[in-house]
Design a protein around this ligand. Sequence first.
Ligand SMILES: [Zn+2]
Length: 317
Amino acid sequence: MRPVSDRRGYLAIDLGPSRLAAGVLSGDGDVVLRDRVATPPRNVWPALTQLVRRVIAANPSDVVPVVAGVTCPGPIDRGTGAMKPVGLPMWHDFPLRRELGATTGLPVFVDTAGRGLAWAELWRGASSELPEDERFLATLALGDDVDGALVAGGRLLDGLTHNLGQFGHLIVEPDGAPCPCGAFGCLTAYAGVRAIEAATGRELRRTPAAHVDNVGIMVGRACATIAAMFDVGEIVVGGAVAEVLGAPFFDALAREFEQRSRLGHLGDMRVRGVASGQVGPLIAAAAVARASHDVTLAETSAPDEPSGGAPADVSVD
Ligand SMILES: [Zn+2]
């Protein structure tokens, strides 16, 4: 058997209103075990605890999780590791980090899906191949809800309340559909799984073609705003909506973006999907743990005490 220092891995957990997922990943970010359950309408936390215990018990590999990463709908309170997702008041202020720490005995780090996607891109995505000071990207995670993140010069930027990048609440349609946040016309109200399924009355994978186009148009508008504001090299779009709606969605997005984004210096900016298998939700959750824990798991240093989550100034390699 390999020495423990080679077997250190991650416990990864991704939470959403429709499903809870957990897995064990190697130190390189390869998924060695995964499991999921539908999110129950109430009593979410006992279901999550049960899932996590099941994953730990079922882990057949010689990978030993030494740190846990969690991605969840934002906004969050990274100081306490509590979630505050819009439209899900029953999830608010549950001490997620403390409870998962007690269940697993591991340091636990919590961040939003959009920031997890950014950490994962910097770890395993195409961005990881660029020199650090050339890494300028925004992410859009189109899951049950929509959020994002911003990386400038290799650093994932933060905000006053640690929630920079809630791009799901960019207004893409004035006087548009109501958003769970209380505003109208937010991107989440058009491009989140919950919103799409509510609008069409169908499962996401059965979204009619015309509606797929509409989702692409709304995301294209949001991308034009993000590009103009932040002067990034690329916008990386991930999450279930991007994955399931696929090429027709990205075609509509690209057409709209092209029309709306006219600034000359953004001519080379591109909007792209994530590379399949490199940057999935569990990899994003593990990436949160990796960035927060600030350790390459091949190294032998012991886990640190849990802290407030992914710091903005951790440099990644
Ligand atoms: Zn909103």
